[in-house]
Design a protein. Sequence first.
Length: 249
Amino acid sequence: MANATLLPLAGRVAFVTGAGQGLGAAIARGLAQAGARVALADVEPANAQAVAAQIDGLALRLDVRDEAAFRDAFDKAVAHFGAVDIMVNNAARTPSTSLWDITPEEWDDVLAVNLRGSFFGCRIAGRHMRERGSGRIVNLGSLAGQQASAATGVHYGASKAGLLALTRSFAQELAPHGVTVNALAPAAIQSPPLEAMEPAPQQALQAAIPVGRFGLPEEVAAAVVYLASPAAAFMTGATLDLNGGRFMR
């Protein structure tokens, strides 16, 4: 039998958006390895199902832009598991379109997925957790929300900057109810958007990282597990940096 101290999330239930690939899939696996049961929500249900099969999770179709659909998916997770203790708002679009070329439609869609979708997730999970008197919400931010980045579009950066403000507002509102709300701000993590870059920009990006390498999805997952665990109970409204030293404060 595994040592209970190695399973800090044993008995907990997590709901992860954008869990069908990339960081979302790594986070879902990390939470499961830490003992949590996981609901994996993704706009591509086949992707979510493939990851769910690896960790005995619950796959759900979800377009985070749709509040009613979000509430329905969350309610299905609650009905299946009995409750949700951990909410991870990870779903995002990561375009790198030049600010001169972004169309109004692309701007609106990036903000709808990255910021509005996370607002829905915080509010839906927040109400559920407030009633239960406990819970953890983790929002996936980005270095792009803290400083200008040539690797991502300005709409992506604006959405992630807004997410940090959203995190603080929900943290203040939910703190008296035993619910913590924190953000994680990764940068240059080995993931589909990074792997889609041309070699020269990739090399320039890596050269700018003080530790000399890209981050790993498993490192992001480990940080989410920490924020979701009892060890982070006194931490709320904070942004945890995970950027290899690119942004020091």
